[in-house]
Design a protein around this ligand. Structure first.
Ligand code: AMP
Length: 396
């Protein structure tokens, strides 16, 4: 059942949102994306004539109340973004909450205090989840960022709402974007995987080999593949104990008919430093004392050709050390190519960790089809795991 199958008139929706937003020293919200992302779900419920009880975590208080991690800091920002007054209650269970919930009128919003002030939240405690369940008639999960956690508010609470639970629009959109890449997307499907290490991406690669036509490998992962094939990688980041794994990935890809595209040249530097001396070198002939920190010009041309021919694109991980401007050009070029392919009708999903930071930093977020809001949750989805928060809604 989707959220549109429910009429929230005179109903209280208990909504798990992900308002784990960054705060500055003055406790102001410095990035409002996650609040904006939850807006369509909240508005739908209020416009139906229902009310919304919002619950979230903020930071890692580890089971203790910490004033600096109180969700009271974000009340005004949520009010401004949703355009409705938000009431706050300084707890998430207990008598005060019971009173505030019973007084909540249709069209109004109540924000509960940080769930992680209780150990029971992360422990997935059933009794705690049951207490939370009293605050709504229908449970709506719209927190993709925590959907991979079997916590009380993200997973366990759903069991108290048989037939009365659904995904919010944000979570539904995340699921749809992943399904497009993994199942329904038009061919050719291309995955661009970068980032620092093969070891952190291996499960993703193994899972997606059945679903893609092209695999572009970039970033620090490159050098383990190059070394595995007998190349010299100089001082580049490399996992020598993973070379057998790299070879087995290449063999599996060959068996499955997936074309693998590795860099042919790199921008090498004589130090891990933005101001280091740089030279373009062949990827398999990097001299000692030099390390590859970005994709080279010939590589970018090759990658561009593949990207522009793709109809479905997944991007996870930068192709260089994009945090340093001298080594950001490759990542910017890939972003531009994906934006161009998207403008010509391809579906593009960017997700998981640093690639999201990169697309935002370089302004590509509005030029790709979908930017995921969940780092770890997206990585686990790409690994083919069933996320507990999603399964809990699907089990009716
Ligand atoms: P990940 O979280 O695995 O996606 O890795 C992202 C990190 O990989 C970023 O912080 C990049 O700076 C880093 N990275 C990308 N390319 C390289 C490279 N050639 N050498 C070292 N680090 C890299």
């Amino acid at each position: 059942m989707t959220i549109d199958d429910f009429d929230f008139k005179d109903k209280k929706a208990l909504i798990r949102v992900d308002f784990n937003v960054p705060l500055n020293d003055a406790f102001e919200v410095t990035d409002t994306n996650r609040i904006e992302a939850a807006k369509p779900t909240i508005i739908k419920i209020l416009e139906d004539g229902g009310s919304a009880v919002l619950m979230s975590h903020l930071g890692r208080p580890k089971g203790k109340a910490q004033p600096e991690l109180s969700l009271s800091h974000i009340v005004d920002t949520v009010s401004e973004i949703i355009g409705v007054e938000v009431k706050f209650v300084p707890d998430c269970i207990g008598d005060q909450v019971e009173k505030a919930v019973s007084e909540l009128e249709s069209g109004k919003i109540l924000l509960l205090e940080n769930l992680r002030f209780y150990d029971e939240e992360e422990a997935g405690d059933k009794a705690f989840a049951e207490k939370l369940s009293h605050w709504g008639d229908i449970y709506v999960n719209d927190a993709f960022g925590t959907a991979h956690r079997p916590h009380a508010s993200t997973t366990v609470v759903a069991s108290f709402f048989p037939g009365k639970k659904c995904f919010g629009y944000l979570l539904a959109n995340e699921i749809k974007a992943i399904e497009t890449v993994m199942e329904t997307g038009e061919k050719p499907v291309t995955a661009i995987l970068g980032g620092a290490k093969v070891s952190s991406k291996i499960t993703i690669i193994e899972n997606i080999l059945d679903k893609i036509d092209h695999l572009i490998i970039g970033g620090g992962m490159t050098y383990t593949f190059v070394k595995a094939q007998g190349g010299s990688v100089g001082d580049s980041i490399c996992e020598p104990d993973k070379t057998d794994l790299a070879l087995s990935i290449l063999e599996k890809a060959r068996q499955k008919g997936v074309s693998v595209h590795l860099p042919v040249d790199v921008v090498a530097a004589d130090a891990f430093d933005n101001d280091a001396n740089t030279r373009v070198m062949a990827v398999d002939a990097i001299e000692d004392g030099w390390q590859g920190l970005d994709a080279g010009p010939r590589t970018l041309e090759l990658f561009r050709k593949v990207i522009l021919e793709s109809k479905t694109i997944l991007w996870n991980g930068p192709v260089g050390v994009f945090e340093m401007p001298s080594f950001a050009q490759g990542t910017i070029a890939i972003g531009n190519d994906i934006a161009e392919a998207t403008a010509s009708g391809a579906f593009s999903l960017v997700g998981g960790g640093d690639s999201v930071a990169a697309v935002k930093q370089f302004g590509f977020d509005s030029k790709v089809s979908y930017v995921s809001t969940g780092g770890g949750a997206m990585l686990e989805s790409l690994e083919g795991r069933t996320l507990p928060g999603i399964a809990a809604i699907q089990d009716q």
